[in-house]
Design a protein around this ligand. Sequence first.
Ligand SMILES: Cc1cc2nc3c(=O)[nH]c(=O)nc-3n(C[C@H](O)[C@H](O)[C@H](O)COP(=O)(O)OP(=O)(O)OC[C@H]3O[C@@H](n4cnc5c(N)ncnc54)[C@H](O)[C@@H]3O)c2cc1C
Length: 377
Amino acid sequence: MEDRNNNNNEIYALIIGAGISGIVLARLLAEKNQKVLIIEKRNNIGGNCYDYIDKNGINIHKYGPHIFRTDNGKIWQFLSRFTAWHEYKHKVRAIIEGKEIPIPVNFTSIDTLFDTTKAKVFKEKLISKYGKNEKVPILELKKTDDKDLRELAAFIYEKVFYHYTLKQWDLKPEELAGDALARVPVYTSYYDGYFTEKYQAIPQNGYTKMFENILNHPNIKVQLNTDFKDLKNTKYKYLFYSGPIDEYFNYRLGALPYRSLNFEFKTLPQKQFQSVAVVNYTSKEPFTRITEFKHFFNQKIGQTTVAYEYPAAFELNKNERYYPIPKQENEQLYKKYLQLAEKEKNIYFIGRLGEYKYYSMQSAIAAIFELVKKIAT
Ligand SMILES: Cc1cc2nc3c(=O)[nH]c(=O)nc-3n(C[C@H](O)[C@H](O)[C@H](O)COP(=O)(O)OP(=O)(O)OC[C@H]3O[C@@H](n4cnc5c(N)ncnc54)[C@H](O)[C@@H]3O)c2cc1C
C-alpha cells in the first residue's frame, strides 16, 4: 500500500456502502493511518445487518434474523473490540405434518416424526453409515444404497427441503449450483443448535451500535443518504465498491439475478408467539419462516414482534436485492463483469453485491481481512 503518510486532506479510500464489508474495511484502513470516506445510499449504516429497537423495546433485525457465528479467533477478537456479546445459540424449528421438529433434522426430529421401531432403525443406520455427530447433506443421503435410509431421505427431502427450496428460490433443489443445499444438513445426533461454530452470539447492544463503534475513528468520515452515482467532485486514490457490480457498469452485460424478500412485521399483545426465534414453514404456505425477535435476548415483556418472510423475485427499484441466485449461468455472467472490473484502475469490488456471492458476516469479514493483506503488500 502506498501513500501511508496522509499529511494532506486527500481521501485515500472512497468506500461505497456501509454494510459490514465496507465498515470493517474502513476501520482497517483508518488504523493504517489512511483517510477514508464511506458513503451509504440508505438513511442508516449496517447494510442488511441493520437492527433497531422498536417501540416495545424489542431488538428488530430489519432485513431478517442475523446471528453472528465463527470459528475464527481473529475475527471474533476484532469485533470484540467494539462490542460486548450476548451469547445466543440459535434454534430453528419446522412444522411437519402438524408436529414441531428441530431443524436441521436430528435424532429428536426422527423420534418425533416416526414410530419407535422405525426411528431406531433410521438412527442406528445413520450412525453405522456416517458415524456419530456428523452432518450429512440431504442430497448425499438421497443417493445412499440402503433402502431404509433412502426412505428417510425421501421423506426429509419432500417434507423439509423441497417446497421450502421452491419457495425460497423459485427453483428445485437440484437446480441450485454449489453448496446451497449443503448448508442444510441432517445431524446424526441429538444436537439441536442451528449452527456448530465455537463462537455464536449477538452484539449486546445490537449490530448497528457495534458498527457505530467500528466507524468511530478520526480518519473515517461517514456520509448517509448519498448514492455513488450522485457523488460529484470527490477525489480519492482507491475506490472500494460494495454496491451491485452490474449496476456500476450500467447493466452493460445484462442484470445479475437476485432473490428478494418481503417482510410483514406484526406486533402482538401476547408474551410469546412461538417456541424459538425462527420457525420454518416447509409446505405450501406463501411464507418460508416466521421470526420472533424477543427470543434473541430472552426478553420478558407483555408484547411480541414477529416477521413473516415472503420470498419474491427481485425487481429493480421495487424491492431489495437479498440473495445472489446460485446458478451456473449467473456465475458466468458475474465472471464477465469481473473481466470488465479488472480493466478499471484502482477499483476493488467487495461484499455480497460487489462479488455477487452469498457471504455470511464472518465470511464477509474474512474476505476484507484478505483484501487488506493483499493491498498492503
Ligand atoms: C435474510 C438474511 C439473513 C441473514 N442471516 C445471517 C446470519 O444469521 N448470520 C450471518 O453471518 N449472516 C447472515 N446474513 C448475511 C449478511 O446479511 C451478509 O453477510 C452481510 O449483509 C454482507 O454485508 P455487505 O457489506 O457485503 O453487503 P450489504 O449488507 O448489502 O451492504 C451493502 C451496502 O451498500 C449500500 N449501497 C449499495 N449501492 C450503493 C450505492 N450506489 N451508493 C451508496 N451505497 C450503496 C447498500 O445500501 C448497503 O447498505 C443474512 C442475510 C440475509 C439476506
